[in-house]
Design a binder for this molecule. Structure first.
Ligand SMILES: [Zn+2]
Length: 317
């Protein structure tokens, strides 16, 4: 399976920062060690072009990011400290998603992924909730303009609602006219507290467990696939749905997560539509003893689930 990855996906963060930045390199190592990917499967992105970023983001925001001159308030909303490394990292991840979408569209089996991405809270004028640039919006709009696809389905199973994607793909860009259909299953009471409408929003109560979650997904995913009739499915396979996630508030088990990812992969494969896998969020902890390195490794191991399940679902092992 072709995947995008760049060592520059990881940039240093201050000690005690909540974001498990090391998860990207840890995931790359885990997938290679388990032979889920081979070294020759790895596509190394360059930094996304300004012309593509400007399809979604305002020039003011990009200028401020590029020069590390965001206001304190804008930086706080983004949740990550601005730096030249973060700007580079964010552009690499956007291009990684674009390359992965293109790889899925051109791959014989119709499967590819990015070992990052799914930064669905990012808005045109600013970053939010650990999301700097909106990789999905930039990639899909750019690929639409280049004639690679007309319609796409964004399946967003991160525990947080995809407000940035919903905002960008609302209004003029809304499905069916704009061609991008957004499905979001998320914690009803969780961040973001203002949720612009997705095409199909499915709010879940705190504490929702495996059975209810999987039954809900089994109802809504086939409907979304049928309604959207997409040329590409982009799957935001956030792992913050787990019971012990620091920010999650739902109660899925590891087994439930694997069943979820297997179900999405098998359903999309059966539909014949190409599938692009993205990470989105995950904040694993081992109780009070969790340190940054443990958290990053545990989170990466959870993110590996969707790639392992995809391999099986697509008969690649
Ligand atoms: Zn999340």
């Amino acid at each position: 399976m072709k995947v995008s990855y760049h060592p520059g996906y990881v940039v240093p963060l201050p000690e005690k920062h909540a974001f498990p930045m090391g998860k990207f390199s840890a995931l790359h190592e885990i997938l290679l060690a388990e032979c889920v990917i081979a070294p020759e499967d790895v596509m190394t992105p360059r930094e996304a072009d300004w012309s593509d970023l400007l399809l979604v983001h305002t020039r003011e925001y990009l200028d401020a990011l590029a020069t590390s001159t965001l206001t304190r308030q804008a930086e706080r909303r983004m949740g990550l400290p601005q730096s030249p490394g973060l700007w580079r990292r964010s552009r690499l991840a956007v291009q990684g998603t674009m390359n992965a979408c293109l790889a899925a569209l051109t791959d014989a089996r119709g499967l590819a992924g990015n070992l990052a991405g799914g930064t669905h809270h990012s808005h045109p004028e600013g970053g939010r909730g650990f999301c700097v640039l909106n990789d999905v919006a930039v990639a899909l709009i750019s690929l639409q303009r280049a004639g690679w696809l007309r319609r796409a389905l964004v399946v967003d199973l991160d525990v947080h609602q995809g407000d940035g994607n919903a905002f960008v793909f609302g209004g003029e860009r809304a499905w069916p006219r704009g061609g991008v259909y957004t499905l979001s299953l998320h914690g009803a009471k969780n961040y973001p507290f203002v949720k612009p409408p997705s095409t199909r929003d499915v709010p879940l109560a705190d504490g929702t467990g495996d059975d209810e979650y999987l039954a809900t997904l089994a109802h809504h995913l086939p409907l979304a696939l049928r309604e959207s009739d997409p040329d590409l499915v982009v799957y935001l396979a956030g792992v913050d749905v787990l019971a012990d996630d620091r920010f999650g508030r739902l109660s899925l088990t590891r087994e439930g997560l694997a069943v979820r990812d297997r179900y999405v992969c098998e359903t999309v494969r059966a539909s014949g539509v190409p599938l692009c896998l993205l990470l989105s969020g995950g904040y694993a902890t081992r109780g009070a003893r969790a340190d940054r390195r443990t958290s990053a490794h545990d989170t990466a191991d959870l993110h590996a689930t969707v790639f392992r399940e995809a391999l099986s679902a697509y008969g690649l092992r």
